[in-house]
Design a protein around this ligand. Structure first.
Ligand SMILES: [Zn+2]
Length: 142
């Protein structure tokens, strides 16, 4: 197996794990999972949901996502901030392509690579990441 094939295999494995992690989300409309990997270790994880201490419901009466729901990437990045780890140079695996707000956080967190498995409505987040010279890879998982 070539190095490239090994890398792809590992990418798919982490993305599958992120997809399983998304099942933790209480959000009805959409469930997203994220993992931050550094030196072959998972240093953080996240799924979309309300901040700690808030009720778990993500949607309001009109089935709209509440404005204070955090995205999976934001939850994973802020979890690192609370820990003794650093996301500098890490890879972020996320089941859906990051939005522009999360892209800003990813850049500032020093994450060097983003791997996603599903393209979201808007791709301005991906464009911003590329502009910041972050390696962005789309990997399909079945
Ligand atoms: Zn986002």
């Amino acid at each position: 197996m070539t190095e490239q094939e090994k890398k792809l295999l590992l990418d798919k494995r982490y993305l599958r794990m992120a997809r399983i992690w998304a099942e933790n989300s209480y959000c009805e409309r959409r469930r997203v999972g994220a993992l931050i990997v550094k030196d072959k270790s998972i240093i953080s994880d996240g799924y979309n949901g309300t901040p700690s201490g808030f009720e778990n419901l993500c949607e309001d009466e009109e089935n709209k996502t509440k404005p204070y729901v955090l995205h999976a990437e934001a939850n994973a990045i802020t979890k690192v901030a609370k820990s003794s780890n650093s996301s500098e140079g890490a890879t972020l695996y996320v089941t859906a392509s990051p939005c522009i707000e999360c892209a800003k956080l990813i850049i500032q967190a020093g994450i060097r690579r983003v791997v996603y498995s599903e393209a979201y409505r808007y791709l301005d987040g991906i464009e911003l990441l590329k502009k910041a010279k972050i390696e962005v890879d789309f990997v399909e998982v079945n």
